[in-house]
Structure formats: structure tokens, C-alpha cells
Ligand binder design. Structure first.
Ligand code: SAM
Length: 299
């Protein structure tokens, strides 16, 4: 049984990077009056409260989106302004502390004729996702499937109108997720080479995580597809040496995720320029120590 619950992490720096990129892609792809299918292979609960007990325990939103919300004057780029505007749509009252996950961000930007397929395996989060989606009254547009997203997405590719975005955001709780990402993206490219694929991954000291973007790049190059790779580091991955009197296990803060990346195959041509403008702002807003930096490369 999975123990990962995205409610602990909603709105953290990894969500900020991933969701900013997602907003840029979906806005571009929904600009045309041709139906789009979005497949979110790892959907989570869809909607979160940043004043929930889980969010308070982790404090991750505090180090993520709350920093952006607290300093909107530092978010001057088109993309971060659009991100903040979208959050405002979910929180018209200053008291409201909702954070939309990928399903709700996407649905908010879709046209009526677009479709959204949401895969989630965790029983509690599937139930929450179903409840949240039911409130939207968009049953014909959004399907919630309690199934393995790696396998389940196959049946939707290629989509009837031949326009699709796949969002693949596993928790990487199990090591095999890394190889599953590679196998399923390879398979998806065979089924539908012109689809847009967005993969998120953590920057952690694990060979599989380190290799994932390199292997996706090789895959995209072999398939003669355009690609873009963006990563955001917010702090050093090393433990800070604390004086011995402070080395009280109960009080010591865990190091947390130092950074993450997104790899996009067939990105919109507008994405790179939008990130060139937004990434320095994200480093400025979310950086926690002098190691904070971003990397951006593309085909
Ligand atoms: N994409 C979401 C967002 O941005 O708001 C967050 C997703 S969270 C990182 C990953 C989710 O995938 C968890 O809710 C987990 O229960 C779910 N999950 C894990 N393995 C899965 C699988 N094979 N298929 C579908 N969902 C899975």
C-alpha cells in the first residue's frame, strides 16, 4: 500500500515549478479551437487546503507557493503572473487557502470541448478526487479512473482528435517508478509521436533520478522529437552541520527535497521563452541558500 499523500506536499517548490510549466503548456494548447485530451497519470486528490493539518505539519507550502503569494511584486514574468491569477480564481477571498493540484489547474484552463482523464491509485485520494471533481459538475469532460496511470493511459493514445498532453507526476515512492516512466513514455511515443509529454522528477541522490532526464533526452532525440528540460534547485542537498547542543533528534529539521525537474517532449515553442523569464524569479523567490539555481536546456 502506498503511504505517499500529496496533501503534505501541495504547493511546495516542486509543485510551483511543475504547475508553472503545466499552466504554460495548457494555455498554449487550449488556444486552438480543436479538442484536446489531457491525461494526468498520477492525479492526487486534485484540491488541497494550505491551512490543513497535513500542510501545517510539513510546512512545505510555506517554502513554496506561500513565498510567491507573499511577494507578488517579485513575480513580474508573464508566466508567474498567470499562475498567481489562476490561484486568485480559486481563492477570491483572502481567507481562502485552496491550492489546486494538476487536475484542477488543467480543468480550469480547458475549453468545454476538451477532455481530462485522471488516474489515481490511492483509495483515499481517489475518493477525495471524485468528490472534488463531482463539485465541478463536469462529468462529461472529466473522468476519474482508479487505475495504474502508466498502463491506463495507453487506451487513450492516440486520442480521436490527435491532440493530447500527458502529465506524468509519480511520487517515486517505489524505485520501479523511474523505469516505468521510461517504458511508458517510450510506448506512448510509439502510439502517438506528436503528443506533448510532461514528466516531473525529484533531484535526489539516487542514480535512477539522476539518469531519468538523460534517458528521456536520448529517447526524444532518437524519436526526432523536440524536448525541453528545466530544473530548479532551492537549496544544498547536504545536511547543515549543527552545533552538538542543537543536535536534538526531535528538533532537527529534515533536509527536505532540494530541487526537482521537468522534462517535456514536444513542448510548445513558447515554453522556453516563458521559462527564461520566469526561472530567475523562481530562484529569487524560492531559493533558500546560495546553492539555489536553475537549469534550462532544449533541443
Ligand atoms: N499530479 C498531482 C499534482 O500535481 O497535483 C500530484 C500527484 S502525486 C506527486 C502522485 C500521486 O500518484 C499520488 O497521489 C499517488 O497516490 C499516485 N500514484 C502512485 N502510483 C500510481 C500509479 N501507478 N497510477 C496512478 N496513480 C498513482
Amino acid at each position: 500500500m502506498f503511504s505517499y499523500r500529496h496533501a503534505f506536499h501541495a504547493g511546495n517548490h516542486a509543485d510551483v515549478l511543475k504547475h508553472a510549466v503545466l499552466i504554460s503548456i495548457v494555455k498554449y494548447m487550449t488556444d486552438k479551437p480543436v479538442p484536446l485530451t489531457v491525461i494526468d497519470t498520477h492525479a492526487g486528490a486534485g484540491l488541497y487546503r494550505m491551512d490543513s493539518e497535513l500542510s501545517a505539519i510539513s510546512q512545505e507550502a510555506q517554502e513554496g507557493i506561500q513565498r510567491v503569494l507573499a511577494q507578488p511584486e517579485l513575480a513580474k514574468s508573464k508566466l508567474l503572473k498567470e499562475y498567481l491569477a489562476l490561484l486568485h480564481d480559486f481563492n477570491p477571498s483572502p481567507k481562502s487557502k485552496l491550492y489546486p493540484g494538476s487536475p484542477f489547474i488543467v480543468q480550469h484552463l480547458l475549453n468545454d470541448f476538451d477532455k481530462l482523464k485522471l488516474f489515481e491509485l490511492h483509495p483515499t485520494d481517489t475518493r477525495l478526487l471524485e468528490q472534488h471533481v463531482a463539485q465541478l459538475k463536469v462529468a462529461r469532460q472529466v473522468a476519474v479512473l482508479r487505475a495504474d496511470g502508466f498502463e491506463g493511459m495507453k487506451k487513450f493514445l492516440p486520442p480521436p482528435q490527435r491532440r493530447a498532453l500527458v502529465v506524468m507526476d509519480p511520487s517515486y515512492e517505489i524505485k520501479t517508478d523511474y523505469s516505468k516512466v521510461l517504458v511508458s513514455i517510450q510506448d506512448a511515443l510509439k502510439r502517438f509521436a506528436t503528443g506533448t509529454y510532461l514528466v516531473w522528477y525529484p533531484l535526489i541522490a539516487r542514480a535512477e533520478a539522476h539518469d531519468l532526464p538523460k534517458r528521456l533526452k536520448t529517447m526524444a532525440q532518437h524519436a526526432k522529437r523536440d524536448w525541453l528540460h528545466a530544473s530548479l534547485i532551492v537549496k544544498s542537498s547536504k545536511f547543515t552541520a549543527l552545533p552538538s547542543e542543537l543536535l536534538d533528534g526531535a528538533k532537527q529539521k529534515r533536509p527536505g527535497l532540494p530541487g526537482s525537474g521537468v522534462f517535456v517532449i514536444n513542448p510548445p515553442y513558447t515554453l522556453k521563452a516563458e521559462l527564461e523569464e520566469a526561472m530567475p524569479e523562481l530562484v529569487n523567490l524560492l531559493g533558500q541558500d546560495p546553492h539555489a539555481q536553475f537549469h534550462l536546456e532544449s533541443s
